[in-house]
Design a protein around this ligand. Structure first.
Ligand code: ATP
Ligand code: MG
Length: 225
């Protein structure tokens, strides 16, 4: 082959890979969380989903959570054998209080410019965004992935309300970041309540998580709600 026929190089600039950060207290992780994480992975731009387990969310200050190490152990049980799921413990290296604004800046600095970092937010929290720490900057510099939780809720109405707080460009990006996934309305509160009340959590959490919770006796005498 002469020089004129030299084929183009096989490796061009590598495409941006998306890292999805799924933040929460995961007290405990449940089937709804895993359902959302799998739906994120189904997007072809997504390289991995990281469960960002927070030591203590600022909006749950009054509640005692299961210790972080135990919650992380349950997340690890839920994601075992799924190589594109990971636990992200960035917040353990940051001082409290743990605000999403600071955490996302820390994660972005660590992963560098080759990755697009997206942050999952459940539709139940979306309407509260104006109350989050440094809300205007957070919404401006974050690419959210919004996930529906309740089949009866209208995200449109929430976006319309948010439009009275945030600029139109940011609202347009937020709207474009809605993840097309069927809602699976399960909550950690429901699971803690079931265990405290002696009811089965079968099907509400991955089997490995149910086994670990039972073996450790988690939540049985939980008085914190
Ligand atoms: P709790 O009842 O203790 O508040 P939770 O079920 O809401 O627990 P979190 O750890 O608070 O779980 O949630 C972490 C993130 O996952 C939040 O953004 C939340 O909105 C989202 N989320 C939780 N459960 C679901 C679900 N079933 N479907 C979609 N998103 C969910
Ligand atoms: Mg919650």
């Amino acid at each position: 082959m002469d020089a004129a026929e030299t084929p183009p190089p096989l490796t061009g600039p590598s495409p941006t890979r998306t890292i999805v950060l799924y933040g929460g207290s995961f007290d405990p992780i449940h089937a709804g969380h895993r359902h959302v994480a799998r739906a994120c992975l189904a997007r072809k731009d997504v390289a991995e989903v990281r469960f960002l387990v927070t030591p203590q969310p600022p909006h749950k200050r009054g509640r005692t959570l299961l210790p972080l190490a135990d919650r992380v152990e349950l997340v690890e049980a839920a994601i075992a054998g799924e190589p594109r799921f990971a636990v992200d413990l960035t917040e353990t290296q940051l001082p409290p209080p743990w605000y999403t604004f600071d955490t996302l800046r820390a994660v972005r600095a660590r992963v560098g410019p080759g990755h697009d970092v997206r942050f999952v937010i459940g539709a139940d929290s979306l309407g509260d965004l104006p109350k989050w720490h440094r809300a205007a900057e957070l919404v401006h510099e974050t690419n959210f992935l919004t996930v529906p939780r309740d089949p009866n809720e209208s995200l449109d109405a929430v976006f319309d309300r948010l439009a009275t707080t945030f600029p139109a460009d940011d609202i347009a990006r937020l709207r474009a970041g809605v993840l097309a996934v069927a809602p699976l309305p399960i909550s950690s509160t429901q699971i803690r309540d079931a265990i405290r009340g002696g009811r089965s959590i079968r099907g509400l959490v991955p089997d490995a998580v149910a086994a670990r919770i039972a073996a450790r006796g988690h939540y049985r005498n939980d008085v914190t709600g």
